[in-house]
Design a protein around this ligand. Sequence first.
Ligand SMILES: [Zn+2]
Length: 222
Amino acid sequence: MFTEIENIDTGVKYQIELPTKCPFCGVSLSPRIEGKLFRRPTKLCTDVFMYAYLILFCPNCDDIFYAKYTISGNGQSRRVAVYPVSKPKISLPTILRGKYPDFWEAYRQAVIAEANNLNPLCGMGYRRALEMLTKRHLIDHYDKTEAEIMKLDLAKCYNQLDDKEKALARGAAWLGNDYAHMENKHPDYDITDLKNFINSLALMVSAYLTAEEADKVPRAPR
Ligand SMILES: [Zn+2]
């Protein structure tokens, strides 16, 4: 939704796109502009003519959030940030958080990067999470030792997995590598595919962990 805002000091008006979702309650809405601030860049900057900051009010949850815009010399505006950053929703079984906190944290940070459209960062983050998950899985469920697995690169690790797990880890690794290198070797795939592969592998690993919990259920006395 585009709205006109005016810089009172100069009388110049700009069209800006308001955020469509509140970062607190997640509800789609039309936030109300409670305040605005315009500031010229202090450093020499080729394409940013002006910054605009808006204080926004969410009529659903009564909270206040902020949006930052850049305005170029021809008056074009671009929203570059909304604060606070939305809390990411992680749709993986929570048993993984307890068992593999390092994997969970890498994955969580990648989700935050993805929510902020930082695609190269989130691609590398998912790739890192994949490596942690694969190595933990090999150590815990394939009778490998930490000493032998931790020094191996990811390809040498996923090649030891069963066929279906290997396909998922390998696919995710290849797509993840595209975000770490200058050349994109798989232009027909995107971050959604990468995440799908990792999520499916994570579900398989979580089934192992859940089965271990199920194994601890004592037999009822006869
Ligand atoms: Zn809200």
